[in-house]
Design a protein around this ligand. Structure first.
Ligand code: ADP
Length: 393
């Protein structure tokens, strides 16, 4: 089957065409491409489809069996579902919460529905992996009306953390857990025989989150109601005491809109370092002695450690620490900062394996380390293609 993965940003459109067969027998990327500075999504989607035909990847655009969308969060809706009017409504219901993502996905789903009326459209929400987090961990202690308006912890980067759950189980020789994770969105969590597999997954990239995973199922995550939560993000604040917002508005004389803009575009690693929202630039400045840049990196590592340790009691121990995404895969300095002084917990980073690992799958703990420390490159498009294939099979 041919599956197109559509990645819609606020001003970009990227795609990958996969040929998929049942049970992973074929997972071939046939083509990929993208457009920046998009103002007309309809024209851009037509152009992408025309390119796929012109390049010989498709005889006709009707060859596409399904289109997959990695939607962020929907009001009263999650999981891996048919991308229909219900999904569009759910995305629009939370457009304020994910303004860069929800409107383009709602529009993209509508446009693909018109352009490819025979294709199945499937949405995989980034919140899907957290459907089974216990309510005590997902609820905020807000007034009931706030809760009923949908204000709770949702969690994001679900496709990435699910891939970590599956792949780390395979790498640890826990095939029954990996198998359960594969069918998670179709079957729900199933009991797995043997000792529980306890994983802490660090997705560290432009935006970052840490998730605790027991036997392939998330028990909690650092991201909350919106992507403005958890670890300090590239230019977004991460966790902030709710009392700080009204105080800043009153004492700095900001409007709500100005405060919101500053917290979502001028905060995070950019705000602290004053250098950049990119860890490569911040790392260069830190190496040259820039104290603010050094502090920004320390804060990222510190926050990752705090969130990781917050899952310890519920997991009852840790079998694997896993690093993924741009920073997690490439920055041995941050991995070392996060894993420092963990020997007492049985986790011992191998400095040579760590510094040799960039952007590839590897075990970076010492042979004697009881806790495995792993690097698993993110492949969110593949996760989506697999989920779409399962959904339409
Ligand atoms: P996004 O979260 O936007 O999808 P990434 O997962 O690529 O993006 O993460 C972006 C972050 O990862 C940036 O801070 C960048 O500095 C860092 N990063 C990405 N690739 C590399 C690399 N090859 N070497 C070092 N850092 C990298």
């Amino acid at each position: 089957m041919l599956i197109l993965i559509a990645n819609l940003g606020s001003t970009s459109f990227k795609y990958r065409l996969y040929r998929m067969a049942a049970a992973g027998a074929d997972e071939t990327v046939l083509a990929s491409g993208g457009f920046e500075r998009v103002t007309d999504y309809a024209g851009t989607i037509d152009q992408a489809l025309a390119d796929l035909v012109a390049q010989g990847h498709l005889e006709s655009i009707d060859d596409i069996d399904a289109v997959g969308f990695k939607t962020v969060l929907g009001r009263n809706l999650s999981g891996c579902v048919e991308a229909d009017e219900r999904v569009i409504e759910a995305l629009e219901g939370f457009r304020e919460v994910a303004p860069a993502h929800n409107p383009p996905y709602a529009e993209g789903i509508r446009l693909f529905g018109k352009t490819l009326p025979k294709a199945r459209l499937v949405a995989l929400f980034e919140t899907a992996f957290y459907q089974w987090v216990p309510e005590a961990a997902s609820r905020y202690a807000v007034p009931r009306a706030w809760h009923e308006a949908g204000i709770q912890r949702y969690g994001f980067h679900g496709a990435s953390h699910k891939y970590v759950a599956e792949r780390s189980a395979e790498m640890m020789g826990r095939d029954a857990v990996a198998e359960m994770v594969r069918g998670l969105y179709q079957n729900g969590p199933r009991p797995v025989a043997g000792e529980p597999l306890r994983v802490v997954s660090f997705h560290l990239g432009g935006s970052s989150s840490v998730t605790g995973i027991r036997n392939g199922v998330a028990i909690g995550t650092s991201m909350g109601f919106s992507p403005q939560s958890g670890l300090p993000q590239n230019n977004r604040v991460g966790d902030l005491d709710s009392g700080a917002l009204p105080f800043a508005i009153k004492t700095l004389g900001l409007t709500l809109e100005e405060a919101e803009k500053q917290l979502t575009r001028e905060a995070g690693l950019l705000g602290v370092s004053g250098v950049s929202n990119d860890v490569r630039d911040i790392g260069d400045a830190a190496a040259e002695g820039n104290k603010d840049a050094q502090l920004a990196l320390e804060m990222l590592a510190d926050s990752a450690r705090r969130w990781a340790s917050s899952f310890l009691f519920d997991l009852g121990g840790i079998d694997a620490l896993v690093f993924t995404a741009g920073i997690g895969e490439n920055r041995d300095d941050l991995r070392a900062a996060i894993c420092r002084d963990l020997e007492g917990f049985g986790a011992e980073l191998d400095p040579e394996k760590n510094s040799a690992c960039r952007g590839k799958e590897a075990v970076i703990s010492t042979d004697a380390s009881q806790v495995k420390i792993l690097v698993i490159p993110a492949n969110e498009e593949l996760v989506l293609a697999r989920e779409v294939a399962r959904k339409i099979s």
